[in-house]
Design a protein around this ligand. Structure first.
Ligand code: SAM
Length: 385
């Protein structure tokens, strides 16, 4: 519940978010590195609005944490059994600030090619730092890890380092360890841009200002390509692919070193995801908000969508709608009517009222998809009258 102390002017949306969504808000490190490219990307998406970019940055970090928690719970029961965790391509710690609440920083290693990112992580999160290299085989550490997490790095690697990095990281696993990595599926591209014959497509283009775009661009792969690469690296085709298992966008791959680990027993339980797509006021004074939402458990399904005004749950009309664009993207016939729309009276909102739209999954995992003042919300849409 958002307390009225936080509804100050100017509104600190990131504090509202932390207060509402983070387990121990008083212990949460909300410092973001100035050169953090994940934050700078959000800032661009939010047209320079720092507070909007901050809460969205934290919201992604929380979703990353939920994806790991679900895997760790399946594999080890809880974090206490994880002795050494490597976050490879850790950046400035979008995830780490959540991870250290569950795993002591002494058991976390963060590796990145950006020296300043590693320095920041060591200084602000007190984890162990490792500076990475552009040549995979030059990356050295004497440690072996129970869990290696590589989020949004293989989705940027060119074909000449893709398999080599997988090999290096796989060899850093403890014999009972597990490697979790994310990729962009080729199916995210328009059909005419796909190249299913080679199974990997690379574009020398990325959000990074610091890295060479030929070494760090945008990479799309098919599952068949991943199967071949995993077979070549591990000598076996044992892996699990969770389609759009990362924030509803990137595919997650689970690769286990031990053949004894039955990947089929993992049941994804990641938080709900979706989007707020628009709002408008009709001539008759009705205000409506709309978007889509779903969650992935064993299959995709609907989740709860809640609308809050200044922290209070609003009782207003919710309609479920067909969204062929979403169902086509999700490719799961189980998902029916992922669209949602709220309708209320305009008088129910004052311009400065803070509107929060929250998704709640079957296991109670929450995802905030919108947080802004009512007036600003309307101004962001051309339908504003
Ligand atoms: C898209 S960012 C993701 C950052 C972080 N995993 C997160 O989700 O917030 C990819 C990260 O990989 C890092 N990176 C790129 N090439 C690398 C390499 N050869 N070794 C280690 N890290 C690398 C980048 O510097 C960047 O921090």
């Amino acid at each position: 519940m958002i307390s009225s102390d936080y509804l100050s002017d100017p509104i600190k949306y990131s504090e509202l978010y932390i207060h509402d969504q983070v387990q121990n808000p008083q212990n949460f490190n909300a410092v973001i590195g100035e050169q953090d490219e994940m934050f700078l990307w959000e800032l661009g998406q939010c047209h320079g609005n720092v507070e909007q970019a901050r809460w969205r940055y934290f919201a992604i970090g929380k979703q990353l944490m939920e994806s790991i928690t679900s895997i760790v719970d399946w594999r080890w029961g809880n974090f206490s059994q994880v002795r050494k965790f490597l976050d490879f391509g850790c950046g400035y710690g979008r995830l780490t600030r959540f991870l250290i609440n569950n795993l002591p920083p002494q058991r976390i290693w963060g590796a990145d090619i950006q020296r300043d990112a590693v320095k920041f992580q060591v200084a602000y999160h007190a984890i162990n730092g490792l500076i990475s290299t552009s040549v995979p085989e030059e990356f050295k550490t004497e440690h072996r890890f129970d869990c290696i997490y590589v989020v949004s790095l293989f989705s940027h690697l060119p074909p000449h380092t893709f398999q080599r990095w997988l090999e290096v990281l796989y060899n850093l696993l403890d014999p009972s360890g597990i490697l979790i990595m994310s990729t962009h599926s080729m199916s995210l591209l328009p059909p005419q841009d796909r190249n299913n014959n080679r199974g990997i497509l690379f574009f020398p283009d990325s959000e990074s200002r610091a890295l060479d775009k030929n070494e760090y661009g945008a990479t799309y792969v098919t599952e068949a390509f991943m199967r071949q690469v995993i077979k070549r690296v591990t000598g076996q085709s044992i892996f699990r692919c969770i389609k759009r298992g990362l924030c509803g966008w990137q595919d997650l791959y689970l690769i286990s070193k031990s053949q004894a680990r039955d990947m089929a027993t993992y049941k994804p339980s990641i938080g709900p995801f979706g989007s707020f797509d628009g709002c408008k006021i009709d001539d008759d004074g009705r205000v409506s908000f709309w978007g889509w939402a779903c969650e992935l458990r064993e299959k995709y399904s609907n989740c709860q969508v809640l609308l809050f005004r200044n922290g209070e749950l609003m009782k207003c009309k919710l309609d479920r709608l067909d969204r062929p664009d979403v169902t086509q993207h999700i490719e799961d016939s189980n998902l029916v009517n992922p669209g949602w729309s709220f309708t209320a009276r305009r008088e129910q909102f004052k311009p400065d009222d803070v509107v929060m739209i929250k998704l709640v999954g079957q296991q109670g995992i929450e995802t905030v998809i919108h947080l802004n003042a009512f007036q600003q919300m309307l101004q962001s849409f051309t339908q504003y009258q």
